[in-house]
Design a protein around this ligand. Structure first.
Ligand SMILES: Cc1cc2nc3c(=O)[nH]c(=O)nc-3n(C[C@H](O)[C@H](O)[C@H](O)COP(=O)(O)O)c2cc1C
Length: 215
């Protein structure tokens, strides 16, 4: 249908509205497809994201690795050390923003999420079981993340050096392991292009709604 036509019949108008809804829904599904495929692709730009949190002293932000995603129920998971500052912040202020940027596709995704912490429950156990010893090494630190040190500290027992812990040694990391579950309340999509930028909001909570936005 030509978008030029200024006067539309009722059925043309309905067709036009359907087209808009279809392309919004397709864009939304494509965003989740790209996030999902990033999990398996090591160098995908959506493999890492910025997590922005609230604190008593203002905003904070840091990079983390995207670990799991459920496009059907709109959930995202990442992992961290249970003693990290971000965990304290999320306990106090569970709302957060996840920010993704894909330079090649020129796409920014901004997700508003409500987080839930898992440390000593079956969900954390289940995620922990999927981790390689190489990933588990990051949870073997004897020092609290962010604590001051008299000299550079590698984040794991120094005797390990470049070696990996054994499976048995890696189990010591379980106590420090935390899964952050993020329920996505809304996703904002921005595609930069010389021919025109495209911005849309896909809202899931409190009700489902998709709408184009002025960039
Ligand atoms: C590319 C990249 C990926 C990272 N992935 C994680 C991660 O998955 N989990 C994590 O806790 N920290 C990760 N970090 C380190 C964090 O950015 C941050 O420095 C650390 O978690 C301490 O943050 P906090 O003091 O706000 O808790 C990553 C850093 C970079 C640069």
């Amino acid at each position: 249908m030509s978008l030029q036509s200024s006067v539309l019949t009722a059925s043309e108008n309905q067709e036009y509205i359907n087209e808009i809804h279809t392309s919004l829904a397709e864009s939304e599904q494509e965003c989740w497809r790209q996030l999902k495929s990033a999990i398996r692709r090591k160098k995908d730009p959506f493999k890492t994201m910025t997590v922005a949190t609230c604190t008593d002293r203002g905003a904070d932000a840091r990079m983390v690795v995207l670990r799991r995603i459920d496009p059907t129920h709109k959930y995202i998971w990442f992992y961290t050390d249970a003693r990290a500052e971000k965990v304290l912040q999320l306990e106090a202020f569970p709302m957060a923003t996840l920010l993704f940027w894909d330079e090649k596709r020129q796409i920014q995704l901004r997700l508003t999420v409500e987080t839930r912490l898992h440390t000593d429950d079956y969900i954390a156990d289940e995620h922990w079981e999927t981790l390689s010893v190489s990933s588990r090494k990051a949870y073997l630190s004897e020092q609290t993340p962010g604590s001051e040190q008299p000299r550079p500290y590698p984040g794991f027992p120094e005797y390990l050096g470049e070696n990996l812990p054994s499976e048995a040694e890696s189990e010591a990391g379980r106590n420090n392991f935390a899964v952050i579950e993020c329920r996505v309340l809304a996703m904002e999509y921005l595609h930069l292009s010389r021919s025109g930028q495209t911005r849309a909001r896909f809202q899931y909570e409190p009700e489902s709604r998709m709408v184009w936005l002025a960039p």
